[in-house]
Design a protein. Sequence first.
Lengths: 211, 716
Amino acid sequence: MSSPRGDSKNKRKSAFSRRGFLQGLGAGTGVLSTGILAEQEAQAAPAAVSGPDAVSITLEINGKSYKATVEPRTTLLDTLRNQLDMTGAKRVCDRGTCGACTVIVDKKVMYSCTILAVDAQGKKIETIEGLAPEGKLHPVSQAFWDNDAQQCGYCTPGFVMAAKGLLDRNPNPTYEQVKKGLGGNLCRCGTYVGVRKAVLQASKDMGGKHA
Amino acid sequence: MPNYSWPAMDKRRVMGQPIKRLDGPVKASGRAKYNSDVHPKDMLWATLVTSPHAHARITAIDLSPAEKMPGVTAVRAIKKAGDEVQWAGTEIASIAAINEEVARDAARAVAVKYEVLPHLVQEQDLAKAGTRAKPAGEQVSGDPDQAFKDADVVVEGEYGVPVITHCCLESHGTIVQWNGDHVEVWPSTQNVSGVPAAFATALKVPANQIHVHMDHVGGGFGSKFPLDLWDAEAAQLSKASGGKPVKMFLDRETELTIAGVRPSAFAKVKLGAKKDGTFTVWESKTWGSGGFQAAGLNADLFPYVYRKVANRRVNHSGVSLNAGSARAWRAPNHPQVSLITCSALDDLAAKLGMDPLQFFLKNADLTNKPDVYRAQLNKAAAMIEWSKYGHARPDQTKGPIKRGLGIGVNTWGGLGHESQCRITIQADGSVEVDLGSQDLGTATRTMIAMVAAETFGLQVGQISIGLGDTQFPPSGGSGGSTTIGGVTVSTRKAAVNALGKIFDLLATSMSVPADQLEAIDGRIQQKGNPGKAISWKQACAKLGAQTISEMGENLPRNAPKEGLINQGVSGVQMADVSVDIETGIVKMNRMVAVQDCGLVVNPRTAESQVLGACIMSTCASLFEERVMDQQTGRVLNADMEFYKLSGIGDIGEILVHMDISPEHDARGIIGLGEPPAVGGMAAISNAVANAIGVRVGILPLTPNRVLAALANGRNA
């Protein structure tokens, strides 16, 4: 991950992204339908070598600055969870499949298990903890509650962040766009019916404005 | 003896209302702390060294390279040289370290030598199982041989569903701190109150020195009951690391390899009927595997629901595989038995040239509740518009997309587990309801609050619930759809007992006999007379320095005669699918579910349970399969890319009808976790057969299986 990268725009257009490859394998399922892998989105970075020992980093999360000491191999997800006590993002598949660790980085919906913490420096990171102050609910969270779009709830924060990212991009999604837009998140209890209703409600409640 | 019975259906103010789940806000805002999120001070990280071989003898273990690594606090051998391992993923050693990265590095440094032995990891071909297949023995009733001679139509078919995994999103694991004599445990479990006894045995520590905390659990589905070896290891590692807390949660690969699966089930079925469609004889040879200990299926359940068939012969063989063990999986036995039975019945109807709906209706007398199943079949048929979309096999529409409908049925028990509840009322009017139970996402917390609120004439928001802690009275494990039965009875009894104390307190000052008082809409009043009332707060203020603390208990042996809860439910699922016969892709368009579960406490969360069950069935029908590699003996898809769950776009529209009626309501409360998870696989498999005209016998209905079945059909 520390090697120099090509132009990020070209990177995004690459026909051979890992996600695209997986989509080919996954014919017939909608599981792998959104491109939110970090690798595709990574910005061009200088070839600075860090590690192997732990390094001190600064992350901008929910508008505040946080310091952490991490090994270069540590993911943003593990840094959030293990060092900063932001445990809304969950570690489930740990390899960019299930979306339970979804966060928003520089306005892009991303799996925080596929971003190295050292690479997340200098970016604006939004986690579910920043959506609303404790005791208050963001309209997306409210809509999840109103539509019972949760059972065990372990996937819910990831879905809420993916839904927020979807509504940021498209404040008035159609039903089909909701299905496609949240295709990168998995739920085991089977809350998809409630989730679809929740996202449409949130869109309406926010008056079609950005989340 | 106080009257604990439920208020009449039309008198209930809270129960029966679609109340939003109480833990919704904390979960939807990401602030709910699951135990995998908990981070006690000085916490260490643990991991396992596991066997890469499915069957092997350990010849040497060298822990020293790991022990020497900086940051490692404890290394323990679980196995020793000479031990035999019987499945890949078997725990060999455990490690604790200052962080997860170091723990994993240390696990890689442990040197284990194996003598690799032959393994068996696949069971679909019974002939290759040899002596690893153990028949349970034939059961016969009636005279099946004569019945086949007398039958007008006989069909034979092969059906099956492979091993699938629970794939709980929060993996199995525990944080444990064993500090001197005392043990603090933060598990991910379906049985909070059962943890101390299990740890006490494993650690030889008195159970009363073990304290368990769990606010939320990220999925269980039957797989999170036992104290696992890794839980006990976490405790030992904590002790060996000077009493620091140790976190041991399985990584995804280990989770999908050893933390529990649903047994496979394969079947050769022969069955017969009279020309008029009367089903007369069932014969099945089934086999499957629940891992090395084989286990498998309860063949007594064949034929499913249509049990009163006059003639039957069944036999089941459990196949011992070198693979991770089975655990209870939402409705143990039932989904597999429903799939095999309903698929075979559907094929019989097709051979008779009979509409499957008419066939299932006609033979409803063979069920234990003919009227209920008939009504449910008709209701589900109306919901899925059977008269509009139903047709004989196959869909004759031109073009590659074929559409079809299918039926699956379910049944389950219920009643309630042992549960104790303590309710405390303070002079400020606050109500605390405490049980050592757990909320798996089934809204148990919400139901408890609803029962208490109903009894006290309050709103759910006025009730505090204490759950998931062994300082609370014990309540049973959440399995077999017994939780709601257990906790609602214990809560109701504790609440009625506590209310009785309040009535006693008020009788003199209100000049109304205690048995003539009632609690309603935030008041205590003379029955039916709001003019003679005081508010709940005023009533409780009379407690002064006293506190009311009352217990209630559900004892399973007494529950049937008390009448608050019941058992035995019925339900029907119907599916509407489209199949692309050029690509083999199956799409679930719609599913409908009609379900009875007695008195429905909360229709909103009940519907969510049924919706979730329909989605889980769809996953198992179309995507899920644990794939074993015959060469290495390992699970090939122990990750979530290739162990496929359905995504939000794979699920069509789902309509749920909860069978809420005075007749069902009068039976009392019955659990809902298992039954709706049963019939969906059969419904989808039958819908595919209806669409394309051939049976795709083995689930999941992947494109390659669909195309192969179509090719075989053309060649037949």
